[in-house]
Write a protein that binds this ligand. Structure first.
Ligand code: DAH
Length: 348
């Protein structure tokens, strides 16, 4: 007769109970607890089962139960070993000092350019601007021709533009876009005014790289088209956006600037937030920091978009995101953005 009195004497019950537990343990401490519950000399459930074998009086029965218990024991031990390996090969018997600081797993985080771009996009989104990303690979038309950039313009020079030797069936030349302005006419062709949009994205220039020039950088193009749009609205919008981004009440100053797709065209400066306009190294002691190019959209651009002549007015602007990030974080070399040095990136 089987004289065992302890519960769970059927060793298979131990398998049902402990195998799932062992598979799920997530820490060495948990594993240690499970091991203890099974193997503790006095209270361990498996230990008790094994110990109770000697009390079986019938030798044949004892042999049979002993064999069954050993199979279960081997299975449980194998599962424990697997879990130990999964948790880093540490022995479950190690006493763990729970007062030690936890090992925090390394987590990824946003790149400084992405931080600035997202902040900018959020500002314009809150003002009801649509956001488009657009193509990095673009036809010559949208990057230059439709933007009133003549074939003789220096931007088209091989030294500035990466031309692609793709062979399109329509014969159009393709380039890596040199600015996010490429999306202006594309989006105008697809919708009628009123139009309010921003285009954040990556652009490419075939340039010699130095502390202030990169072959790959980020811009945010903005564009508003409607009836009776004015320069005053442009400056108001720029002031609002820059003040929100830089968390200061900034002023905007327009200087004449030449961009073929706007007339009049401007370089917009922002009052220096470092010195509040008094003059410092950041603003080169002028009180102003050069921010972006902008202007009133040229009639030839509306023409390329297929808008009826003389009906609409609008403004456009192009912000260099790298430049803004450099200002915001005090970065003095544009090359850091692309080096992906984790020691540098971790700071943001
Ligand atoms: N596309 C210009 C650049 O890459 C920036 C720019 C200037 C955009 C004037 C505009 C603009 O929309 O009106 O430097």
């Amino acid at each position: 007769m089987n004289s065992l009195v302890i519960p769970n004497m059927n060793p298979n019950l131990l398998l049902n109970k402990y195998l799932p537990l062992i598979e799920q343990v997530a820490t060495v401490v948990e594993l240690g607890n499970v091991e203890k519950a099974l193997l503790h000399k006095k209270t361990g459930e498996l230990a008790m089962v094994l110990r109770a074998l000697k009390d079986i009086s019938d030798p044949a029965e004892r042999k049979q139960q002993g064999a069954a218990a050993n199979v279960v024991k081997a299975q449980l031990e194998a599962a424990l070993a697997t879990a130990r390996q999964r948790l880093g090969g540490q022995t479950g018997a190690v006493t763990v000092d729970e007062s030690l600081p936890a090992i925090v797993p390394a987590r990824g985080h946003w790149h400084p350019l992405h931080l600035v771009q997202t902040e900018l996009v959020d500002i314009f989104r809150s003002l009801n601007f649509a956001v488009y990303e657009g193509n990095e690979r673009e036809t010559d038309d949208y990057c230059f021709e439709f933007l009133n950039i003549p074939a003789s313009h220096p931007a088209r020079d091989l030294q500035d533009t990466f031309y692609l030797d793709t062979k399109r069936s329509d014969g159009l030349k393709e380039v890596m876009r040199t600015h996010t302005s490429n999306m202006q006419v594309r989006m105008m062709q697809q919708q009628q005014p009123p139009l309010r949009m921003v285009v954040p994205g990556r652009v490419f220039r075939n340039e010699a790289v130095d502390a202030s020039h990169e072959h790959t950088f980020y811009q945010l193009e903005g564009c508003v088209v409607d009836k009776d749009i004015s320069i005053a609205q442009l400056t108001y919008l720029l002031r609002l956006a820059m003040s929100t981004l830089l968390k200061a009440d900034v002023k905007i100053r327009l200087r004449p600037g030449y961009f073929p797709y706007v007339e009049p065209g401007f370089e917009a400066d922002c009052s220096c937030t470092q010195c509040a306009g008094k003059g410092c190294a950041v603003c080169k002691y002028t009180g102003w920091v050069e921010m972006l190019g902008c202007g009133m959209i040229h009639p030839n651009v509306f023409k390329a978009a297929g808008y009826p002549a003389g009906t609409y007015t609008g403004f456009a602007f192009g912000i260099g995101i790298n430049r803004l990030a450099m200002l915001k974080y005090g970065i003095n070399d544009i090359r850091y953005f692309m080096q992906n040095d984790l020691r540098w990136l971790k700071q943001f």
